[in-house]
Design a binder for this molecule. Structure first.
Ligand code: ZN
Length: 392
């Protein structure tokens, strides 16, 4: 099995343009000799020597309802020229199409495929048997984010209504650890996040939706963002443009140097629901650019350089069959339970696109985020085990 997947992997990297090819192959062959994933369901205590000791900061990033199909294979051939979903097929093809899917996905998400796939890890390519699924049965946003952040699916959280989450998230758990108080913050395009994170109980600042950034002595940039947020027409009733989320978070990063910061992007889900494949793609590409700019900013700041990890995920998948189901998700949409995850940071082995067959779950992200910071995440209810990212 290892030989077969190594061969597949090799063929795929040969298709990549590649100065790093030799390095990747050697790394892959080395790592293949070890099992790098815990199949246990019981959370295990984290011995300090197991932690990625260099990591002092984590940036958690989500993008709402971006399918693994686009992540791993780029623009969908059945949708890119579809007159129901696309305004300017010619331009869209020019921007996103390539017959080779490895090149195609790079056109959509260049940072993922030129950087994370080289120096980090990407999980969820189901065509390789690398599966990641939701455990919540609802397959929409609040339950998806709650499962991701809490570490288990609470069947009572069954709507997107603004209800205070009774479950403690890993953000809140970490915020309560020594050295983390006041060092955790969240920025979200969707206005329900203060409830999901329960900002009232947790004390974590959550800037979301159309709420201006609040605080004393705001910077010129924060004041400008607040003005523009109020002045620009609202694209959706509960979701702001991702550029606000990005720039608010970026400014917070520079001014407050948080230990754990969460950026929750949207747009993609809204464009998909309205059947706008064109802007779904442009928004996905801009999301990739935001992640890259955040990463480069971290690497150019000595407070963060070489001691910060990124964890990137989504809240749910979308359908594929019938074709129109790309717009939808939910309990009755096949494929909406299919998700993915990416991670990059110091001490995290460069496995690239993980091609080993395995089954991962959304409820494992919370413990993984905590483990990167050397913290064992615990809860009253059983949580998904941290992923072993291959550090041993
Ligand atoms: Zn969603």
């Amino acid at each position: 099995m290892i030989i077969a997947s190594a061969k597949k992997f090799f063929i795929r990297i040969v298709e990549m343009s590649g100065i790093h090819v030799t390095m990747i192959v050697l790394t892959f062959l080395f790592i293949s000799a070890f099992s790098f994933f815990d199949y246990d369901t019981e959370p295990k205590p984290l011995h300090h020597s197991e932690a990625n000791n260099n990591i002092e900061h984590v940036v958690l990033i989500t993008i709402d309802g971006l399918r693994w199909q686009e992540l791993f294979y780029g623009a969908d051939s059945l949708l890119i020229g579809h007159e129901d979903y696309v305004r300017n097929a010619e331009q869209l093809r020019e921007d996103f199409w390539h017959d080779n899917s490895v090149e195609r996905r790079k056109k959509l998400l260049p940072f993922f495929w030129n950087t994370i796939a080289v120096d980090g890890q990407i999980y969820g390519n189901r065509k390789l048997g690398n599966n990641m699924d939701l455990t919540n049965e609802y397959r929409f946003s609040y339950p998806g984010y709650s499962e991701l952040l809490v570490g288990y699916a609470d069947p009572n959280m069954d709507s997107n209504a603004k209800r205070w989450n009774p479950n403690v998230t890993v953000l809140e758990f970490i915020h309560n650890q020594p050295g983390f108080e006041g060092r955790v913050a969240a920025f979200a395009s969707w206005d329900v996040f203060p409830w999901i994170i329960n900002s009232e109980r947790s004390g974590i600042p959550v800037n979301a939706g159309f709420d201006p950034f609040e605080g004393e002595n705001l910077s010129d940039r924060q004041l400008l963002l607040n003005d523009m947020l109020r002045q620009i027409p609202r694209p959706w009733s509960s979701v702001r443009h991702n550029a606000f989320t990005f720039h608010y978070a970026m400014e917070y990063l520079k001014l407050n140097h948080p230990r754990l910061i969460y950026l929750a992007f949207d747009e993609t889900d809204e464009f998909a629901h309205s059947g706008n494949f064109q802007d779904y793609l442009y928004s996905a590409r801009q999301f990739d650019a935001f992640v890259e700019e955040f990463w480069l900013t971290l690497q150019n700041d000595e407070r963060f350089r070489d001691k910060t990890a990124l964890v990137i995920a989504t809240d749910h998948g979308r359908g594929t069959d019938p074709l129109d189901h790309w717009r939808h998700h939910g309990a009755n949409i096949d494929g909406a339970e299919e998700v993915w995850m990416a991670v990059i940071g110091p001490g995290i082995p460069a496995l690239g696109e993980v091609s080993e067959p395995m089954q991962l779950y959304q409820n494992q992200i919370a413990a993984t985020v905590a483990a990167l910071l050397g913290i064992t995440y615990e809860s009253d209810l059983p949580i998904g085990s941290k992923l072993d990212l291959g550090s041993h």
